[in-house]
Design a binder for this molecule. Structure first.
Ligand code: UD1
Ligand code: MG
Length: 487
């Protein structure tokens, strides 16, 4: 015998979302760190439901794969043909035959819904002992939505879809948000009685309300405090609108928590990101995924951080980082590209036009200019000369370079991996380091310089270069003034 379920959540996500004009199912479109569906599941999460069922249909394989990744405890249920929201819920409940108590049904395309709002709906529903409660909102433009029709006493009479509504009903601005709480037993019974006698020939979940009411069951309306939470998303224009609203909500939350966001209109922070107090986020900045920005850090302007951890007091300016770690008080950019597994220790520096990948850069070490550091370990307090390349790829495999602590490598070095440079070693500018450099040694790995005297005067006679050289040579042999005397 399985346990009775006290609360069940059903998310409806089988629709195609035709107007998105996308090969991606609508509910999988991303919105600041989660898919639309992911946002809805997150809003339902604190209910602590015993079971969560997601009705899948269009793009079912993609939706199932996504669920396995972000919400493995959820049960996907296939609705092969989209015969309406009532049909979808009926199929969902078939998968949880022993469910008792409350079932919360949420349309999969309302990503701004807050957990507190779902909780308040369920709380009102359960304390009223209602058979069914609908979340409603008063909206400026109800176009396309189901209207809440009330009777003479102000009680819910029915929910009518716009296409089935009379002109008077269409004028109503109180709408059905597509979020409901039901007593599961009474819902099951009512679902069995749904007709398809409507403009779309579908089984409407919303018809359950009039059926229950007519049977003398208590049905209720719960008003959402903020109608923006109930906004759905039917095309990419609406999706962009929701993105802007969510951006504002997220930014406001961080500012109230002690983060300075200098230009909230150009700052996009995923809901999955953490920003600590006194961090400063400058304009045109995107913080995505599992990114964490530490206390007092400065990020921006013009920065994108994806799954990147920035330590306290660090600074990242005009740069792009993916899967990187920037240690406390470290400095990055302007114009750096940190690729996965770049790890900068405390006070390390990755400067301008520098790319790093699988690189550990020790405390206080610097890669200031124009370099590529891949598959490398650099010790502490070392300096890598400008325009250096860690030559990690032999065309088949990648190899590692190790630089010790307190090393000073010259500008324009190639470190042909695998190779090691010892502690306190130096390398000369322009060196191609193909062999290990012992601790404390100076490696010089470049051709000897040879000057061919007078070459330009002979081989490029008559050019401005030759003329400049001639003047310089004459000047050197016959400088003006007293200095010429000793010559
Ligand atoms: C629905 C409501 C409407 C409400 C609006 C809020 C009904 C009949 N109408 O209308 O009153 O104002 O939501 O946004 O419910 N789905 C399935 N299987 C189906 C049909 C739909 O899983 O067979 C899913 C969709 O993927 C979507 C949700 O159910 O996530 C709502 O369906 P949709 O077609 O968008 O309904 P609306 O016309 O928006
Ligand atoms: Mg809809």
């Amino acid at each position: 015998m399985s346990q009775p379920h006290l609360r069940t959540v059903v998310v409806l996500a089988a629709g195609e979302g035709k107007r998105m004009k996308s090969s991606l199912p609508k509910v999988l479109h991303p919105l600041l760190g989660r898919t639309l569906l992911g946002h809805v599941l997150a809003a339902a999460e604190p209910l602590g439901a015993d079971r969560t069922v997601v009705v899948v249909g269009h793009g079912a394989d993609q939706v199932r794969a996504h669920l396995a990744e972000v919400a493995p405890a959820v049960t996907p249920v296939l609705q092969e043909r989209q015969l309406g929201t009532g049909h979808a819920v009926r199929i969902a409940l078939d998968a949880v035959p022993d469910a008792t108590g409350t079932v919360v049904v949420i349309n999969g395309d309302v990503p701004l819904l807050r957990p507190e709002t779902v909780a308040a709906l369920v709380e009102a529903h359960e304390s009223d002992g209602a058979a069914a409660t609908v979340l409603a909102a008063e909206v400026p433009d109800p176009t396309g939505l189901g209207r809440i029709v009330r009777d003479g006493q102000g009680r819910l009479a029915q929910i009518v879809e716009e296409r089935d509504a009379t002109p008077e009903q269409r004028a109503l601005r109180e709408i059905n948000a597509g979020i409901y709480a039901f007593d599961v037993a009474r819902l099951r019974e009512a679902l069995g009685k749904l007709s398809t006698d409507n403009d779309q020939g579908e089984e409407y979940l919303t018809d359950v309300f009039a059926l229950l009411r007519d049977a003398g069951e208590p049905v209720a309306v719960h008003r959402a405090a903020d109608h923006m939470e109930t906004l759905g998303c039917n095309d990419r224009v609406e999706l962009a609108g929701l993105r802007g609203l969510l951006r504002d909500r997220v930014n406001e939350g961080w500012m109230r928590a002690g983060v300075s966001i200098l230009d909230p209109h150009t700052t996009w922070i995923d809901v999955t990101v953490t920003v600590e107090r006194d961090a400063v986020v400058d304009q045109n900045t995107q913080l995505r995924g599992a990114t964490v920005v530490g206390a007092g850090a400065l990020v921006g302007p013009d920065v994108t951080l994806i799954d990147t951890v920035v330590g306290e007091g660090a600074s990242v300016v005009r740069s792009h980082a993916v899967g990187a770690e920037v240690g406390p008080q470290a400095s990055v950019g302007p114009y750096a590209y940190l690729r996965p597994e770049s790890r900068l220790a405390r006070k390390a520096k990755v400067g301008t036009f520098v790319e790093t990948k699988k690189a550990t850069i020790g405390e206080g070490s610097k890669v200031p200019h124009l370099s590529y550091v891949g598959d490398a370990t650099i010790g502490e307090h070392s300096n890598i000369g400008a325009a250096s390349v860690f030559v990690n790829y032999d065309g088949v495999r990648k190899h590692h370079t190790t630089i010790g602590s307190h090393a000073r490598t010259g500008a324009d070095n190639m470190f042909v991996a695998p190779v090691r440079v010892g502690d306190g070693a130096y390398t000369a500018a322009g060196s191609v380091i193909i062999a290990d450099v012992p601790a404390g040694a100076m490696a010089v790995a470049r051709g000897q310089q040879r000057n061919v005297e007078g070459w330009v005067l002979r081989k490029r006679a008559g050019t401005p270069a030759a003329e400049a050289a001639r003047q310089a040579r004459e000047g050197a042999s016959e400088p003006d003034g007293a200095a010429s005397e000793g010559d």
